[in-house]
Write a protein that binds this ligand. Structure first.
Ligand code: DC
Length: 213
């Protein structure tokens, strides 16, 4: 198993998918699971102020599945619907709640029943799969991550300014790294890669070399 963590916009999804393809491994985007939960909670009218008990009730009857790069919420394919500015925000907000993290722990660990897995997220190297064979922390400067995020949104026709993309990255970084449960930290045994000045191919090469050694 190869586990890759890092902040938003560092290029985890692009790189993890390609590494999985090249190695013939399965791929799990744990952020997509948190996004699907956020979508479901928003559809149920839940926001950051709701209590743990209200969240617990709202989580009942939610079934999340990740199949071949697509995420299903109670059998509905929500893969595209979870890539919005609103879900960027709420996935970060709800993922700070212990009950949400506990809810997704088994879903993530069940994916490890596949031996050959590339998994990416915020705590896959530290909390979900601390025993992963290879661990990577993929980072990049805030400016570079904001630029990538801005381009991703533009490609999808979502209207956002570079400044807004930057502000949203800074806000999520702060929340994802400072929460009490499973914050984003660098695992002591992870290989740290700063992708600010690297191409996707450069990063993949570093990872494949590391995995093969
Ligand atoms: O990787 P992403 O941007 O799709 O993740 C969306 C949010 O989900 C992110 O702001 C933090 C949360 N997340 C998490 O807390 N733990 C993970 N393993 C993956 C994502």
């Amino acid at each position: 198993m190869i586990a890759i963590d890092g902040p938003s916009g560092a290029g985890k999804t692009t790189v993890a998918k390609l590494v999985a393809d090249r190695l013939g491994f399965n791929y799990l985007d744990t952020g997509a699971l948190y996004r699907a939960i956020a979508l479901s909670l928003r559809e149920k009218g839940i926001n950051a102020e709701n209590s743990e008990e209200e969240l617990r009730r709202a989580l009942q009857n939610i079934e999340i599945r990740y199949i071949n790069g697509k995420v299903f919420l109670n059998k509905r394919d929500v893969s595209d619907m979870i890539r919005t500015k609103e879900i960027d925000h709420y996935s970060s907000v709800f993922s700070a709640r212990k009950i949400v993290r506990d809810f997704l722990l088994n879903t993530q660990r069940n994916a490890a029943l596949f031996d050959n897995l590339v998994v990416e997220g915020r705590d896959t190297t530290t909390v979900v799969f601390p025993e992963a064979d290879k661990k990577i922390f993929l980072d990049a400067s805030i400016d570079e991550r904001a630029r990538r995020r801005f381009l991703q949104f533009k490609e999808k026709g979502i209207d956002i300014s570079l400044e807004d993309a930057r502000d949203s990255i800074i806000e999520r970084d702060k929340r994802d790294a400072s929460r009490d449960v499973a914050p984003l930290i660098v695992a002591p045994d992870a290989l740290l890669i700063d992708s600010s000045n690297l191409s996707v191919e450069d990063v993949i090469k570093i990872i494949l070399d590391y995995v093969k050694n």
